[in-house]
Write a protein that binds this ligand. Structure first.
Ligand code: ADP
Ligand code: MG
Length: 138
């Protein structure tokens, strides 16, 4: 995908950007979502999930590394912030979530990036002051 840059002025616009990307995804696709705390990663994923038919809450996983959400297709939503390192982890840890039948979104993907397969997009969210965010989809 060619890099696309958008500037948003509030969470609804960031959700819309997520929905826009979701429309171009197929089962098995994995999207990496990077950016500082509060930059809008989960907001972006929420918009994507809504577009994929997820109706329940979309929040960053806290007590596990991931959630599986009931959409069409199913969505795996991972947040690897607390993982620290994959050293010593079961290699199946991520594969259990990121299956060929699901669309996957991974917040804080850096720790796992070399091992992640089927990555179709990298999303970077950056603060631009106040409620403004810059979103790069590459
Ligand atoms: P992250 O997952 O990156 O930590 P969240 O999506 O959980 O970030 O939180 C982003 C916060 O910033 C939310 O409280 C959201 O309402 C707020 N916000 C304000 N403006 C924007 C914007 N333009 N895009 C996304 N979130 C925004
Ligand atoms: Mg988050």
């Amino acid at each position: 995908m060619p890099a696309r840059v958008k500037h948003t002025t509030g969470p609804e616009e960031t959700e819309a950007a997520g929905a826009d990307l979701a429309g171009r995804l197929a089962p098995g696709d994995v999207v990496l979502v990077s950016g500082e705390l509060g930059s809008g990663k989960t907001t972006f994923v929420r918009g994507a999930c809504r577009a994929l038919g997820v109706e329940g809450p979309v929040t960053s996983p806290t007590f596990t590394i991931g959630h599986v959400l009931d959409g069409s297709p199913e969505v795996a939503h991972l947040d690897l912030y607390r993982l620290g390192s994959l050293a010593g982890e079961d290699p199946a840890l991520l594969e259990d979530y990121l299956t060929p039948e699901r669309v996957g979104f991974v917040e804080w993907p850096e720790v796992a990036e070399p091992t992640l397969e089927r990555v179709v997009a990298h999303v970077l969210l950056e603060h631009e002051g106040g409620d403004r965010r810059r979103i790069t989809v590459a």
